[in-house]
Write a protein that binds this ligand. Sequence first.
Ligand code: SF4
Length: 484
Amino acid sequence: MAIIKVGKDDLKTRDSALLELREYFSGLEAAKGRQITFSVRTYGCQLNESDSEKLCGMLESMGLKEHEGESAADVTIFNTCAVRENAEDRLFGNLGIIKSDAKNDKDMIVAVCGCMTMVEKNVDKIRKSFPYVDLVFDPQHLHLFPVYLRDSIRRKKQLVNISADDYIVDDSLVPISRKRKFRALVPIMYGCNNFCTYCIVPYARGRERSRELSEIIDELQILADQGYKEVMLLGQNVNSYKGSNGEKFPDILKAASEIKGFSRIRFMSSHPKDVSDEIVEIMASSPNIEKHLHLPLQSGSDRILKLMNRPYDRSDYLKTVHYFRKLVPEGSLSTDIIVGFPGETEEDFKETLSIVKECAFDSAFTFQYSPRPGTKAASMEDQIPHDIVTERFGRLLELQNDLAHKSNLAKVGKTEEILIEGQSSTAPDILTGRTMSNHLVNFTIPDALKIPGKTSDDYEGMLCDVKFTGARPYSVDGEMVKLK
Ligand code: SF4
C-alpha cells in the first residue's frame, strides 16, 4: 500500500470546502438567531486527542464555537478507539443517547471517525442501527474532513468514506485548536508495522510513516515561541521514527532538547525492540527531557511474548530496564501489561508477576485481554475463562499498587520542580502538576506565595518547587516552597 504524501496543493479542495461551509454555517446562524456550536468527543489515546484538536481547529475555522454544557451541539463528532470492546460499547451507547436530539433537529450533524471506522462490522452496525449518523470517515483522511462534511450536508443522507490508503500530511497545513495552553501534543509518526497478534491498531492506523524532521522542528520552534512549556512527541512507536533522510528518533530528541523554552519534552509510546541505549543516554544527559520511560512489556513470559508477536524476551527487556535505572536513577518506569492472553498458564502469569517485581514499575496500565475481531489472537485456541483472568488481574493489581505506592513514598521529604497543570480535581485550593519523572503531585500554595487575583487555573504552565509531605497509591502530596 503506497504512502501518499499530502502537500499544500493537494488541499485546495479542502480549502474551497471550508469556504462553502463558512457560508453555510453563517446562514444557519442567521436562521437560528444564535451561534452554531460543535462538540468533539474523544476516546482512546493521545494520538486521538491530537486528531481531535485538529477537528476542533477545522470546525473553528468554519466559524463554529465549542459547545458547553450537556445538551447536544449542532455538530457532534465522535472520535473513536477500537483497542478494547468497552471503548466500542461506549460509542454505541452515546449514539443512542443523542438519537432524539438528532431526530428532532434536522440541521443537527452527527459524525463518527477514528479507529472504530476501520473495522467493517462497526461501520455496518452504524449503517443499520444509527441512520441518523450523517458522516463516517477514517482517521487517515482527517485532513479532508471539511470536504466530507460539505458532501454529507449536500447529500442529505448518510455518507461513509473509508479507505485504507496511508496518508502523511504536513500537520502545519491543518488548523489546530490545542486544549492545554502549556502542553502541546506533537505527532511525529503515524501507523504501526508490528502486528502484535492482539492489536487492531495496524489495521486501523495503517503502515508506519514519519513526518519530515524539518517540519517537526519548525512546529516545535513555533510552539516554544508561543510559550508552550511541555511537548509530548507522539506516535504508535515513536522510537521507530524514520525521516526521509534517514533521521532516527534520537535525532528528534536531541533537536527538541536544544530548542530554548521547553521545560519538559515527553514522548509516547515506545516499543522495547526499538529503545536503543542512545535514547536512554540522551534522556540521562538532557535536562529538559523527561526522566520517565513508558516501556510496554505486555507479558513476562517469553512463550506468551512469542504468541503476541512481540520480538523481544525477558532478558532483552530487563537489559533496557537495568540500563535506564543505572543512567537515570531518579527516573520512573511505567508499562502496559495484558493478563489472560490466549494460552496463558499459571506459570506464564507467575513469570509476569516476577518481572513486575524485578522492574519495580512506578506505574502501569494493566488490562484484561479483550479479543479484537480481525486480530490473530481473537481466533487463537485456549481463550482463558473470564473468572481466571479476573483472579489473575486482581493479583497483578495488588502487586502493582503496592509498587506504585512505594514509588510515591520514596518522594516524601524531597523537594522537586513541578510543572503546574492547574487546579486539582480533588479540591479548588489544591494545585496539581507533575515531576520530571511524571509523578502526579497535588499540593497547597502558602498565602505568602500566592499571586493576588490569580485562581488555581491561572498557575497552569508555571514552574515551582514543591516539598513532598505525604504519599498515596497514585499520587504524592506536597506544599509549594518556591514559585518560579
Ligand atoms: S506495537 Fe503492537 S500494541 Fe503497539 S500499536 Fe503496534 S501492533 Fe499495537
